[in-house]
Ligand binder design. Sequence first.
Ligand SMILES: NC(=O)c1ccc[n+]([C@@H]2O[C@H](COP(=O)([O-])OP(=O)(O)OC[C@H]3O[C@@H](n4cnc5c(N)ncnc54)[C@H](O)[C@@H]3O)[C@@H](O)[C@H]2O)c1
Length: 466
Amino acid sequence: MKHLIPAIIALVALLPLSCSPINNDYGYVIEDGVIVYNTPQRPADQVSMIGFAAEPLDTVRIGVIGLGMRGPDAVNRFANIEGTDVRAICDLYPEKLERTQQILERNGKARAAEYSGPEGWRELCDREDLDLIYIVTPWDSHTPMAVYAMEHGKHVAIEVPAATSVEECWQLVNTAERTQKHCMMLENCVYDFFELTTLNMVQQGVFGDIIHAEGAYIHNLDPYWNNYQDNWRYEFNQKNRGDVYPTHGLGPACWALDIHRGDKMNTLVAMDTDAFNGKKLAATRGDEDYANGDHTITLIRTEKGKTIEIHHNVVTPRPYNRMYMVEGTEGFANKYPYEGYAIRTQNKEISSEVDIYNLDGESFVSQDMKNALMVEYQHPITREGSLVETAKRVGGHGGMDFIMDYRLIYCLQKGLPLDQDVYDAAEWSCLGELTRVSIENGSMPVQMPDFTRGEWNKLDGLKLAL
Ligand SMILES: NC(=O)c1ccc[n+]([C@@H]2O[C@H](COP(=O)([O-])OP(=O)(O)OC[C@H]3O[C@@H](n4cnc5c(N)ncnc54)[C@H](O)[C@@H]3O)[C@@H](O)[C@H]2O)c1
């Protein structure tokens, strides 16, 4: 027995390498060198949200939580969308409320009911006369607020990322399924004009079968770190490794690849650089450590054999870049640093109004040709009346934020499924934890959870309801 003790100790020490226990329903085991996330069974009192549509609402009565840099602009956008009524506003700090009240007044709207303090957001959600809670607060408050709001009978729209852990992603899915309330993440980059037009071209087959897509959030935040209330963004990056802000890159890539509308993300591998600039940033604030790598790269493989590449970098001096790129068997679209298309000349799918003999799969099509394609394939959801002009006038990242809010209200008013459902919110947000876990285990592959619980193939492609 004496001889056995060292052997048992050695065996126990090796255990985590081959098989670590599921830490809870939302955790993972390591099997044969792969991190395998659990997909818990759907509880009996929950119903799938795939294709979910709620009762139409004539007027969408809105409560907005979080009036920092971004929240007041959302109120301004709603003030320019018919059929909305911003009835209640909230911020932790009461002095932040007045600016938003003035935005409402400037647009000829009534002042909203005011809430503030640590319990203010709960009191706002408790109101009986709101349909939608719009959450524009720091990341770690998104899921707790959304869950509470849905449990109190409200649809929710949550800024990006909707959740900061896999467990929070499941909380959103479970709560939406149990309460049958919409839970949409406010991923605005899917609504940028080049991305929407390209999506339409993808869906019309212009690029053949899409096999690969790329996206990123590369944005030097040096000038902005101090603007976030109570330094929440710096602190999150300082404490967390991995791609903490993946959704701007991943959203448009997933839409082009019909993720959970015929395909699903299966395996992910992530790798990061050391925190070279991150540690310098930390030093200026008296911190020794900085967890987030300066540049984080994620590779994903889908069930149908496609790939996605996602980057995150907020600390090096390089031009803003969301890397949006879509690659198909017959063509290619690229947004940064140069917006362009390349299409095989013999592609017959392309509309006859475009001179196909001027297309060339080896280089970008001419600027004239690109302009013609942008007109020809303008996405149907942006064709309504003067929508594009209004979006550009009211603004929000050049208009895409307006299109996003317009679509949210349009679908709620008509009782249609929203463009982004709770599974998008979970799939796009879960990268935060999955990339960290991959990196912490030497870039080990991660088998991703299936938030749809096997229903990823139920819808036949992404369809934005009209
Ligand atoms: N989609 C985009 O393009 C985009 C752009 C910018 C910001 N965002 C997102 O918007 C959110 C807010 O970002 P921001 O730039 O406005 O940050 P910010 O720090 O300027 O504003 C956050 C606001 O939330 C308030 N707040 C914090 N805790 C609160 C609580 N418990 N109750 C009520 N209010 C609370 C703060 O006082 C502050 O006014 C973040 O999730 C961010 O990722 C998205």
